[in-house]
Design a protein around this ligand. Structure first.
Ligand SMILES: [Zn+2]
Length: 496
């Protein structure tokens, strides 16, 4: 009996021990299961986060990347959306032939070839066609519609892109160039909305599939593919006097008492002799007179006396040698003055000659900041993205780049620019009812007597609604100068 009892007790002990081992094993298994579960939950969360980030942040960039094959898939599922002017006029659309092949159609031929750009059959893209590729190939069909489309082979309609561009203003700007090489760009100074952007020589975007190779063979000076409005780099000529005048008034509190006697040319000790245009003798000049008459003698003398550090900083504030925050192709303007620059270089730079190079876009931004009380706005060309059901997917709004001058400085420069029109070199618009302010420029670009002609300005001077910049490349004919092109654009805008 005693033996049995002992055996039973030992068996019980063993059972308990084995139960403990079982429980430990079970715990371990539970732990493993938990780890695996946590791992998968973690993976799931990470995937969701990645998808969100991808859709919000990276999708546009990735789908716009020419190496991404997903774009090809989108083309098979989505009919590329339309590109529209600010009032909804179609600037680019997709035409589907009976056999199902698609091609892009540009109803205005050459007119928007640089701003809207093109989308070729082999996938090459420029302008809005390139920058908005992602949205043009996006659709908001729900999942059932998408499955339905996959089964029937029917395509969804891509988003439509509404630009800020005005058709009438663009037509006027293009025609006003009268076939000359050059560019016109216009925007609302208070918002940065680009209203017109044309460049000549141009091309018919409808012919991209047949003529592109020929366009490539043109000399760079004739290049039709270059958007001169945003990519063309030119010496700013006297339009740069806006910057020089600002540098001067910052350095000289009593600038109102400035006077200078112009006898047609100026020589600065250690520098060069700089002449006024056509060797005109301007006589006694206030700062405003010198600005209005575009007196090179006065301004080159001013330039020689500028503090280089302050001048360089000012140019940096105005975004020379900087990337511009714009959503389209452009060139970076160049200003090469350094602390080591010679007196001659300061003289030349201050009248917009020398090594300084600027795009019409950038020049427009500078004049617009004068018009907008010293605040520089970010130029933009896309107003909004709508889906095929006309629901707005993205709405763009104006944004500031920064305050580049005080409102008092902007007011003074506006007075100077108004005087250009009233009594100075911009007098073709002296009696215009829209009362513009502006600055003309003639920029010599080689050793011959060829000059580029500039005008940059805004109207009305006391409540600016539109700013315009025009460049006419040297050798132009049929127009006296760039201000006449700007005049046509202003007249169209104000309906006069
Ligand atoms: Zn002079």
């Amino acid at each position: 009996m005693a033996e049995n009892k002992k055996q039973r007790s030992q068996r019980k002990k063993k059972r308990i021990q084995s139960d403990i081992v079982d429980t430990e094993k079970k715990d371990l298994r539970n732990k493993e299961t938990n780890i695996i579960a946590f791992f998968f939950v973690g993976l799931f969360v990470a995937t969701i986060v990645y998808l969100c980030v991808f859709n919000i942040k990276d999708a546009g960039r990735v789908i716009n990347n020419p190496y991404n094959k997903r774009v090809d898939n989108q083309v098979n599922k989505v009919v590329r959306g339309d590109i529209l002017s600010s009032d909804g006029t179609v600037l680019a659309t997709t035409v589907t032939e009976e056999d199902g092949t698609e091609h892009r159609y540009y109803p205005f031929d050459n007119l928007f070839c640089h701003s809207v750009g093109f989308s070729s059959a082999n996938g090459m893209k420029t302008g809005v066609e390139q920058s908005q590729n992602f949205y043009l190939l996006s659709e908001t069909d729900n999942i059932l519609d998408q499955i339905g489309n996959d089964i029937t082979g029917e395509k969804a309609k891509g988003h439509n892109v509404t630009t800020t561009l005005d058709v009438e203003l663009t037509k006027t700007a293009y025609n006003a160039l009268k076939g000359n090489k050059g560019a016109v760009i216009a925007m609302e100074p208070s918002t940065g909305r680009i209203l017109a952007m044309v460049s000549n020589p141009s091309f018919d975007a409808n012919n991209v599939d047949t003529d592109y190779d020929e366009w490539l063979t043109y000399e760079s000076s004739d290049s039709v593919l270059l958007n001169r409005a945003t990519q063309g780099l030119y010496p700013p000529g006297s339009t740069f006097k806006i910057i020089t005048a600002l540098a001067f008034i910052r350095q000289n509190e009593d600038y109102y008492n400035y006077s200078y006697k112009c006898d047609g040319q100026a020589y600065i000790s250690g520098g060069t002799t700089i002449a006024c245009f056509d060797h005109t003798v301007h006589g006694m000049q206030t700062l405003q007179d010198a600005f209005a008459n575009s007196c090179n003698s006065a301004f080159s003398t001013i330039g020689a006396g500028l503090n280089k550090t302050s001048f360089i900083n000012l140019c940096n504030t105005f975004m020379f040698n900087s990337n511009l925050p714009v959503g389209f192709e452009y060139s970076t303007s160049i200003m090469s003055v350094t602390e080591q620059s010679s007196v001659s270089e300061m003289q030349e730079t201050s009248i917009g000659q020398g090594k300084t190079m600027i795009t019409p876009l950038h020049n427009l931004m500078i004049a617009s900041s004068v018009a907008n009380n010293g605040v520089m706005m970010k130029p933009y060309i896309i107003d909004r993205i709508d889906d095929a059901q006309k629901r707005t997917v993205v709405q763009y709004s104006p944004s500031k780049i920064g305050t580049v001058m005080s409102s008092e400085e902007a007011e003074y420069l506006t007075e100077c620019m108004r005087e250009v029109v009233l009594s100075g070199t911009g007098n073709s618009m002296r009696y215009s009812s829209f009362e513009p302010a502006g600055k003309t420029g003639s920029a010599q670009y080689d050793d011959s007597d060829n000059y580029h002609s500039w005008f940059v300005g805004f109207a009305p001077f006391d409540n600016p609604q539109i700013a315009v910049c025009v460049i006419l490349e040297g050798g132009y004919s049929g127009i006296p100068s760039a201000q006449f092109v700007a005049k046509s654009v202003f007249e169209c805008y104000f309906g006069s």
